[in-house]
Design a protein around this ligand. Structure first.
Ligand code: NDP
Length: 341
């Protein structure tokens, strides 16, 4: 690391190597080994897929949060209800990805039996990219949809003060002989992590991204971050999606709504203490064996209509490159993480 840093050259690492490095970082930051492993993998896979705002960049905020009592880095998720197609998990103030790991086999089993299974997670912290939660379901043949609410950073349509989280929604659908179709998007025009990166790099953001503390549209990311608010994508349409996510991820789960999350006594904490909703569908129950063929005809129609790039394609291409060349990581960023502990 030090020799790479001295030569100002990136280190090339496999996802496994980066995960191992981060496991140690998260364990030293106070996470139990099962949590450290999940967080490390989450950040390493985001970095591998080129999702910079949710890769290594996120780690200092995780470390700072783990240093507070805001989140429990050793929490063991509890299955509250597991009846029929409904699984309810109390994450017990731990990370949502740990709850999903417990729930995944249950959800897959229920979806195979009933054709559909719903996961409702409460008291959970989600600070990562959401596609990681659904892509594995699609690789097992399921259609999956998930949503999390998060801390108030976004105004509703025609509002100017933060109410909703940037509430992301991710969807995954299996394909025959191809990587699944996966989209994963915030309800805000720009994810908060990307806004922070723009601020860090001294870049302006597109008009419509957010307002300053006076409710005035601004292209200055610092002004949005300093008491302003992000805005939904697509005006009232994105705003309604964010509202739906509050209902699914907080209303149905018994988790907190975004505006109810009060971190005022934890200034170093960055994660949300909210909820997650996940729906998993086994297409064989309704669509039968012809489902993936139908999806191929949809993809063909998209191509014929002029859309060549599907959501997920960019990430898969970056992932493929990382598999042969390794993930290019800034050695200085890694040394900074070691020194931050
Ligand atoms: P983007 O706007 O970067 O991308 C949204 C989706 O659109 C992706 O699936 C992307 O596919 C696809 N896409 C982008 N451009 C095109 C195109 N030209 N044609 C077809 N598809 C396209 O995502 P966001 O900035 O909204 O979100 C970034 C991340 O932030 C997400 O991973 C999200 O989960 C995360 N997030 C997490 C939160 C949390 O609380 N945990 C809160 C808010 C956001 P591709 O990946 O291939 O580019």
């Amino acid at each position: 690391l030090e020799s790479c840093a001295a030569n100002d050259a990136p280190c090339h690492m496999s996802a496994e190597q980066l995960t191992s490095f981060l496991v140690e970082i998260f364990e030293r930051a106070g996470a139990a080994s099962h949590t450290a492993r999940i967080l490390a993998r989450t950040c390493a896979l985001a970095e591998q897929d080129g999702a910079k705002s949710h890769g290594l960049y996120r780690v200092p905020a995780y470390i700072a949060t783990l240093g507070t009592d805001w989140v429990d880095g050793a929490a063991a998720p509890e299955v509250v209800t597991s009846k029929g197609a409904t699984v309810v998990i109390d994450a017990r103030n731990g990370f949502a990805q740990c709850a999903l790991q417990v729930a995944r086999p249950l959800i897959e089993e229920r979806a195979r039996v009933y054709g559909v299974a719903t996961l409702l997670v409460r008291r959970s912290h989600h600070f990562g990219a959401l596609w990681l939660d659904v892509e594995p379901f699609a690789r097992q043949g399921f259609v999956a949809l998930t949503a999390v609410n998060s801390i108030s950073h976004m105004a509703p349509h025609s509002g100017s003060t933060p109410l909703y989280g940037t509430n992301p929604l991710a969807f995954a659908c299996p394909r025959s002989g191809h990587d699944p179709i996966v989209f994963d998007q915030a309800s805000s025009l720009m994810a908060k992590g990307d806004l922070q990166l723009a601020a860090l790099h001294g870049e302006q953001v597109p008009l419509g991204t957010g307002v300053d503390k006076h409710g005035k549209l601004t292209q200055d990311p610092h002004a949005i971050l300093a008491g302003g608010a992000l805005l939904p994508f697509g005006g009232h349409k994105g705003s309604s999606i964010a509202m739906m996510i509050e209902i699914l991820a907080a209303g149905l789960t018994g988790g907190a709504f975004s505006w109810e999350i009060d971190r005022s006594e934890y200034p170093d904490a960055h994660t949300s203490r909210a909820g997650q909703f996940l729906l998993c569908i086994d297409p064989s129950h309704s669509a039968g064996p012809g489902f993936t063929g139908r999806i191929e005809s949809l993809v063909q129609a998209l191509h014929d209509s002029g859309q060549q790039r599907l959501p997920g394609d960019r990430r898969y291409a970056i992932r493929k490159q990382a598999a042969t060349q390794g993930i290019a990581v800034s050695p200085q960023a890694m040394l900074d993480l070691i020194q931050a502990l």
